[in-house]
Design a protein around this ligand. Structure first.
Ligand SMILES: Nc1ncnc2c1ncn2[C@@H]1O[C@H](COP(=O)(O)OP(=O)(O)OP(=O)(O)O)[C@@H](O)[C@H]1O
Length: 325
């Protein structure tokens, strides 16, 4: 990839929703963003063709997509959706010769520094070192994270699949939850990964576990659980407290692995839904609960990104920068 695109198509493909836009160089065109529910489409190519039809078929010379799944040898496999994305498919759907496929968290990493301050809200206070490493953590249909490093050769955003490492286990209750998630709860698959407790369905599993512990059976969707939390319903509050304990633990683990002194950024639908409860349910205390490293944990700032379209900005920046990093 060496050419710069005049007009590019950018897309963020989550497990539930796909957002599509046009970009002039590194700037997402005002008013061009459209959102599609994946359930209504057979594949990404159909979504992109629909978008281009709806926008009068503007010629695009480049396309960059951010996919919620691993990208290997230029092919993305969606983790929570039966779609595979290839450069050939993108060219066939859009006519663009220049294609790039990123993991969605990598795209989010390329957006950092380009997000309007009004879309950022600090949820754990701490210093932010200019030029320091940063970390993006996504809590949506899936969970993942990507470290962001500024180098003399430009920005490098490393891909990972850290949503599929073991969930944090600190207390006896966490042990029981891990066993429940791996063996008993909804969608049990013999393993209790971070995504299994922290993504959208993760919150629902944590709620099912709280019910199980109370000798009940309960099955509720995330938005219903959060409405119950707002209403002060005991089971939902117990689940939210456990969720925030796990989130704090895991964010602390990731901070110690990557040392993001430039800031930690939370994105995704579940992060935004949970955010009003972070202070009341002591996210910062759980984050800093690292024994003799408790004070050190004060070196990190955590912010929520309230812009649901930041990955599109990241795709545009990546493509305009020549597709490196
Ligand atoms: N108010 C809410 N309370 C709890 N969970 C919610 C709420 N709103 C959305 N969610 C959950 O957020 C998830 C969707 O988040 P988001 O829109 O960030 O997903 P996505 O971009 O499609 O997913 P991903 O990129 O992680 O695959 C779903 O699991 C949904 O259940």
């Amino acid at each position: 990839m060496s050419q710069r695109s005049a007009l590019a198509l950018v897309a963020d493909i989550g497990g539930t929703n796909t957002r599509v836009a046009l970009a002039d160089g590194e700037v997402v065109r005002d008013g061009s963003i459209r959102r599609y529910a994946n359930a209504g489409f057979a594949d990404l190519e159909t979504v992109l063709r629909r978008y281009l039809d709806e926008t009068g078929n503007p010629g695009v010379s480049g396309v960059c997509v951010a996919a919620a799944g691993p990208v290997r040898d230029g092919v993305a496999t969606m983790t929570n959706l039966d779609w595979t994305i290839t450069g050939t498919g993108l060219t066939a759907a859009t006519g663009a010769a220049q294609t790039a496929i990123l993991n969605d968290l990598q795209a989010q990493g390329h957006a950092l520094g380009r997000i309007a301050p009004a879309h950022l809200r600090q949820v754990i206070a701490g210093p932010k070192k200019p030029g320091g490493a940063m970390l993006v953590v996504g809590l949506g249909t899936g969970m993942n994270a990507a470290p962001v490093h500024e180098t003399p050769w430009g920005r490098v955003v490393a891909a990972s699949e850290c949503g599929h490492i073991s969930m944090p286990v600190r207390t006896d209750e966490d042990h029981r939850l891990a066993k429940f998630v791996a063996e008993v709860g909804p969608h049990a698959h013999g393993f209790a990964g971070v995504e299994d407790v922290l993504a959208g369905r993760g919150l629902e599993r944590v709620y099912a576990f709280a019910a199980h512990e109370a000798g009940r059976t309960a099955d509720k969707r995330g938005a219903e659980i959060m409405a119950d939390v707002a209403a002060g319903e005991t089971l939902a509050c117990t689940a939210a407290q456990l969720y925030i304990h796990l989130l704090g633990q895991e964010l602390g683990n990731l901070a110690l692995i990557h040392l993001p002194f430039g800031g930690i950024y939370l994105i995704g639908g579940v992060a935004r839904a949970m955010q009003p409860w972070f202070d009341r349910m002591a996210l910062a205390a759980h984050f800093r609960d690292k024994g003799r490293f408790a004070e050190f944990m004060g070196s990190f700032s955590v912010e929520i990104v309230e812009d649901d379209y930041a990955a599109l900005t990241g795709c545009a920046a990546y493509l305009a920068g020549g597709g490196r990093g």
